[in-house]
Ligand binder design. Sequence first.
Ligand code: HEC
Ligand code: HEC
Length: 392
Amino acid sequence: MNSFELNKFIGAILGVVFVVFSISLLSDAVFSSPEPETPGYAIAVPESAPEGGGEAPAAESVLPLLASADVSAGEAVFKRCGACHTIEQGGPNKVGPNLWGVVDRPIAGHEGFSYSSALTEFSEGGQKHWTYENLDHFLTSPKGLVPGTAMSFAGLGSVQDRANLIAYLRTMADQPAALPEAAPAAQEGAAAPAEGGGEQAAQAAADPVLSLLANADASNGEAIFKRCGACHTAEQGGPNKAGPNLWGVVDRPIASHEGFSYSGALKEFSEGGQKTWTYQNLDHFLESPKGLVPGTAMSFAGLSKDEDRADLIAYLRTLADQPAPLPGAATPAAGEGGAPAEGGAAAPAEGAAPAAPAEGAPAGGTQAPAQPEGNAAPAAPEGGATQPAPAQ
Ligand code: HEC
Ligand code: HEC
């Protein structure tokens, strides 16, 4: 190859190199993505320093302290959360989600709140719940348990503060979750002899569907629900259609589903959210919606067969993270459910109670459908009111 051809050859190589460099420079210019100065969005509320200062200490567990925790001291601790959270039932979301019923609630599960992807991932698609342990760890150090959470709060270093606070959060629910110590007693409840037979029989006579519930066929109820499906979804987080989503409707405050616009008639009937969908209310409503609530917007003639309503209500009951106890089931906690606002409701008494609600086991975060009580109910002792809610 003579020198002239060599020059052409080298020229060709240089040309290719030039073109490659130009392309890479150009594409950098075209596709450049400058780093944001502050990733995500920052929340301007100052973090309060944790008691211990600095890193969250290797924390003690609140579990043994919960039974004797001071609920009203917990209410005072909650003031630190109030800048970002409401706690009352149906309260709005602020910087953080409303915390009514947060104990045992699915993590990142409050409707209408847009959670960080960190917390959403941590929830494993709603599988994980705010057990006492999870709450304890989260409140010790939110970013320690969930790196990347949007909750800008340094944490509570004092185990006593956390215990008091969690005991307070626990009371802010229709039906406070069982205390951790109470959980093992739950099995015994089923075996206890029925002493209140007389009273239950009277109740059952007044409302036959209540006595049918224990042996009702939830899968037949699911089939019956097809008649409701034109207007209602039943799955968690499902949309409202002509009627509101019915996830968790048993014991839910009447006319309370977020984002649904209820008739004035049903709102009045709810007495401002005081009344809940007890088994009895549901039974009467489903027998004749307009019979129970004249003027309700639910255009449905009603189900006249007792068995159909029992099966349907048994099915509705399973549509919840924690199905409500069956009527007549032993629920010492129920008395307390009636008065969640009274911080005084002494927790220790309950730790010693013989029988906890069967679904109570707070650590077992997974869905617990109806099986246990189905068998246990005939032997259930007279336990508290059939429905905790109307006492409110
Ligand atoms: C600076 C505002 C702020 C403060 C103060 C704050 N939080 Fe939060 N909290 C948030 C935000 C934002 C989220 C949502 C976190 C996410 O999406 O990652 C949250 C989430 C939570 C959750 C999870 C709720 C759910 O539905 O999964 C709990 C429980 C919680 N906070 C409890 C508390 C408690 C108790 C306190 C007081 C000790 C407190 N927070 C103080 C902003 C705050
Ligand atoms: C034609 C549509 C329609 C059908 C069918 C229907 N519903 Fe409804 N439902 C509604 C509407 C609308 C409301 C709201 C009523 C109001 O605001 O007064 C409602 C309300 C309810 C409520 C009260 C919910 C709450 O959060 O307060 C319950 C419970 C309910 N329906 C259960 C059922 C069941 C169970 C069935 C099937 C047996 C059924 N509905 C069939 C339209 C319907």
